[in-house]
Design a protein around this ligand. Structure first.
Ligand code: UT7
Length: 335
């Protein structure tokens, strides 16, 4: 999309809890096996917050690393958007807590709730604010602390999710420079009941009966979600590439939401991408919901695959249903 100002991705930071939850530990909790989990999902281990460790802790650490890599003080930031479905509390928005702890004295903050599509939604929002000239620099934080919402007696879900967070600094740059070139998103609320945490909003009161039913735990119709995820991630990438006159060969890195290795591989094959284009770290972190894409970006940066000028195709799908894709060129330095 031609614009006078382009939102440049200058740096990424990340933070994961220290505590590791590996497949052998899950074998002791539910009727599963390391072999089943690895072959059906690609996951070997995931991270889990300790008691008293909150999303805000992961978010602040991600932001500090991101700012340090960008060579900026927190006062340089105009706004903080935290894409999460698992903030410390449903009120206040955790972005305000992050703003305070960073001493980002000039920044406003708010949360953006869109489950696994939170990072793509945040890119769409932050880049539009920057392109409109309303903001110079926005910290887009994306992450979730999923483990408190997981029923560790439900083998269908407890093997999938982990905790983690990332942050990307978006900054106004020249319209013909690197940055967020185009994005598209879609929604289909007909899928709302297929992936949800029933007792997590105003619909169901957290009564003893609700807790007894386990309504405070995440529920998923895995197979149906799996099929929709492949379809929508593939189609949104194809549409985005096509409307920008690009082929998959014009992309250096494909960074999908990390929900299941088989979903990622399937999408990559349907797009006819080369294996080396796909960025995957699901084996170590599982599905961190909004956190997966910035965490994958941080890993790609660390291993030298994401460098200044890299052409990146991002795609996500999650609860809602909600999905989207972004095409961007990386603007930051390589460290
Ligand atoms: O991030 C948001 C989007 N979320 C996703 O994209 C997740 C999408 N879904 C998935 O990743 C997969 O559907 C799962 C990993 C959740 C399940 O894999 P699947 O290949 O779709 O398995 P399935 O649900 O069709 O179940 C196959 C069998 C069943 O047994 P029966 O009925 O065939 O006897 C399950 O009970 O595997 C059984 N099963 C397990 N076995 C061992 C389900 N979970 C487990 C387990 N260990 N943890």
């Amino acid at each position: 999309m031609p614009t006078a100002i382009r939102a440049q991705c200058r740096a990424v930071g990340s933070c994961l809890p220290q505590q590791v939850l590996d497949n052998a530990m899950l074998e002791r909790m539910v009727d599963t096996s390391d072999e089943w989990i690895r072959t059906r999902t690609g996951i070997r281990e995931r991270r889990m917050v300790a008691d008293g460790e909150y999303l805000s802790d992961l978010a602040v650490a991600s932001c500090r690393q991101c700012l340090q890599r960008a060579g900026l003080e927190a006062e340089a930031v105009d706004g903080i958007i935290v894409a999460t479905s698992t903030g410390d509390f449903s009120m206040p928005a955790v972005a305000n807590v992050v703003q305070h702890r960073l001493a980002a004295t000039r920044a406003w903050g708010y949360d953006l709730v869109n489950a696994c599509n939170g990072f793509v939604s945040g890119i769409a929002t932050a880049s539009a604010l920057i392109e409109a000239g309303r903001c110079q620099r926005i910290l887009l934080v994306a992450g979730d602390v999923m483990t408190p919402y997981i029923d560790f007696q439900d083998r269908n879900t407890c093997i999938l999710f982990g905790d983690g967070c990332g942050a990307v600094l978006l900054e106004a740059g020249p319209g013909d420079g690197p940055g967020v070139i185009d994005w598209l998103m879609g929604s289909d609320g007909a899928g709302a009941d297929l992936l949800k945490i029933p007792c997590s909003g105003s619909a169901i009161r957290p009564s003893p009966a609700a807790l007894d039913r386990g309504d405070h735990f995440l529920k998923q119709e895995g197979r149906q979600v799996y099929n929709y995820a492949i379809r929508h991630m593939t189609e949104s990438c194809q549409q985005l590439l096509q409307r920008n006159g690009l082929g998959i060969g014009d992309v250096d890195l494909l960074i999908p939401h990390q929900a299941n290795q088989r979903i990622m591989t399937n999408v990559a094959e349907r797009l006819q991408s080369r294996p080396e284009q796909l960025v995957s770290n699901i084996d170590r972190y599982g599905n961190t919901t909004a956190g997966t894409i910035p965490l994958a970006m941080a890993d790609a940066l660390d291993d030298g695959r994401l460098v200044a000028g890299s052409r990146v195709l991002v795609t996500a799908f999650g609860a809602g249903f909600s999905w989207g894709s972004v095409y961007l060129t990386w603007g930051g330095s390589s460290t």
